[in-house]
Design a protein around this ligand. Structure first.
Ligand code: DGP
Length: 115
């Protein structure tokens, strides 16, 4: 755990969040600044700054993130109309919290990120 990392502290329960799911590998909670009716963050419990830090041994956690994304999209009722999964890595991508996270966004039609 990285003590000055806001997402590590949410995973550890030291900071409040609307937690939707947690197991030994991943945690999911609602984004504090939602940009869509559903905006959930899914994070590996192990701290990694970004995709740049991903290791082969992280494959179970990274795979679990997709399985949980699927379940949460179904629970939110957005799986049929569609949703977006986004991982921003680094400053050019707009990453501001340097604990790897997947955004799950849906509930409205979204502009295509590539225009
Ligand atoms: P990114 O730009 O990909 O690093 O997105 C970071 C997201 O994290 C952004 O949508 C806002 C969210 N966020 C930042 N701080 C907190 C927090 O303390 N709690 C929650 N729930 N979300 C946060």
């Amino acid at each position: 755990m990285v003590h000055n990392c806001v997402f590590c502290r949410i995973v550890a329960g030291e900071l409040p969040s609307t937690k939707l799911y947690q197991d030994d590998l991943v945690t999911a909670f609602r984004d504090i600044h939602p940009v869509a009716p559903t905006h959930i963050l899914i994070v590996p419990n192990r701290h990694m700054n970004s995709v740049n830090d991903v290791l082969p041994e992280d494959e179970p956690a990274l795979g679990r993130m997709f399985v949980i994304a699927r379940h949460l999209a179904e629970a939110e009722g957005i799986s049929q109309l569609g949703y977006r999964l986004t991982i921003n890595s680094g400053s050019h991508a707009g990453q501001v919290v340097f604990h790897l996270h997947m955004h799950l966004m849906g509930g409205q039609r979204m502009r295509h990120p590539l225009g």
